[in-house]
Every structure is written in C-alpha cells, then in structure tokens.
Ligand binder design. Structure first.
Ligand SMILES: [Zn+2]
Ligand SMILES: [Zn+2]
Length: 256
C-alpha cells in the first residue's frame, strides 16, 4: 500500500491511497483541470481512480469531486449528511454512482478496507477515515475541532498518520482573522491546533508508526516549523521526520 497528497490546506485537499490497482481519492477540493494536473505529478491518470471518498461538504474538500466523478465515471462514497449538503454540486443529466455510507461501519472497495469515523466539525455529518490492506493501516484526520475518545481509539496502532495541524494558538489569536473567524477556527467544531494534535498523538499507540505527516496547515496562522516541533516532541524524533502535506505540492508517495 502507498499514499500521497495532491495538496492540503484551505485552498483544496486531496489524497490518493493505492493498493495494487485500487486507487481511492480522499476528497477532491480542486477544480477539474487542477486535479488532473496534480494527479499527473504522481504519474496517475483520472481513469485509474477506483473511487472518491468525500469527508464533508466544505469547498476545500468537495468542490471538484462530483465533476471528476461525472467526467470519468468514478463512484463516490459519502455520509448521508454530506450527500444532502453536496446536492448543489451534482451535475445535471449525469447519473452519478453515489454510495451513502454509515459513518460507523467499515466497508471494502476492491483491495482496500475503509473505516469511517465521525468527527466534531461544523459540517452536517463529517466523517474521516482509516484505510487498511489487511497488513498496514493509514489513519487520516483533518477538519476536527477537537478530539474524542472514539477518534483516539480509531487512530491507535496506525502504520501511518496524516494529522491536522491547522494553526498555532498564538498566531491565530494575534493574526489577521476577524473575531468571528478566530472563534470558528479555534472552536470545538473548527480545526485542530498544533498542541491539540500533539496531545491527541500522545494518547495513541504509536508503536507501529512509520510515517507521520502534518496536514491542513493554515497559511496565515501556522508555520511548518511549529507543526513539526509539536508532533516530533511527542514522538521524540527529529522534527524533519515529520512530513508536511503542503498546499502547493501535497507530498510525494509514501510506501509501506
Ligand atoms: Zn478543510
Ligand atoms: Zn471543513
């Protein structure tokens, strides 16, 4: 199994998880042409994508998913709430293959077993996911305002983690956002800050961890150095062992 990011942050998110010839996109928050160009950087064509999972309805996750699905006839998986809230994205005159999932029930897409889990975020029914090929487990968590015991249980004993480090608390407090936006981002249904992500990481069984990447970094309220510091201090590793899912380039293939 291997995985990569096409880009991560408030301007668009998309990951790809691959096992043999099964390739799943996790979110697609880029315009059609952009996502095709970003797939090409990873030597992938849209025709090679098996399915698209959408975590929630926010533009930076859902914007391009339905156009891509329609153009290349790719099935979509999402929660009931996300399905309702993404109605506006559905193209006319195209019958999309949409699979509505239960946000607590594991399902299988060809070679990859997918486990959804609900998270506190200001969306209708946001779900995040773990992926396994039976041997290795990848956990992804972005767009969660706070952790829960269930999140900690689901993300324990992963071989790879992609973990939101959205903002630094001091930078958010003193930064350019309006008061209302600061409240939203920093709230329990907003986004994980570096220290909250580190505190969550500290509660997990990390004995199998081979890859860790910080994701969904705010361009205005965080730095890569601060995110790396926060996560590496928990793992007692070099800061540079912590990868970054960048907005412009995501990250290159990581393999097990
Ligand atoms: Zn987001
Ligand atoms: Zn969101």
């Amino acid at each position: 199994m291997r995985f990569a990011s096409l880009g991560s942050g408030s301007a668009g998110n998309c990951m790809v998880i691959e096992q043999t010839n099964t390739r799943l996109l996790l979110d697609c928050g880029f315009a059609l042409r952009e996502v095709v160009a970003r797939l090409e950087r990873l030597s992938l064509a849209p025709e090679q994508i098996t399915g698209i999972l959408v975590t929630h309805e926010h533009d930076d996750h859902a914007k391009g998913a339905f156009k891509l699905a329609a153009k290349y006839n790719i099935p979509i998986w999402l929660s009931h709430g996300t399905r309702l809230m993404t109605e506006r994205y559905l193209p006319e005159n195209v019958a999309l293959q949409i699979n509505v999932i239960d946000s607590h029930t594991t399902f299988v897409i060809e070679h990859i077993q997918v486990t959804p889990y609900p998270v506190p975020h200001d969306a209708r029914e946001p779900t995040q996911f773990t992926f396994t090929d039976g041997q290795y487990k990848l956990g992804v968590l972005t767009d969660a305002g706070s952790s829960t015991p269930h999140i900690e249980q689901v993300l324990s004993a992963c071989d790879a983690l992609v973990l939101e480090c959205n903002h630094d608390l001091h930078m958010l407090k003193n930064g350019p956002y309006t008061h209302a936006l600061k409240q939203r981002v920093g709230g329990r249904f907003g986004h994980l800050d570096n220290i909250s992500a580190a505190n969550l990481l500290a509660k997990l069984d990390n004995s199998k961890l081979k890859h860790i990447l910080a994701a969904h970094l705010s361009a205005k309220n965080n730095t890569q150095v601060l995110a790396k510091q926060a996560l590496s201090s928990v793992l007692n590793c070099e800061p540079d062992w912590v990868g970054i899912a960048e907005q412009a380039n995501g990250f290159d293939w990581r393999c097990f």
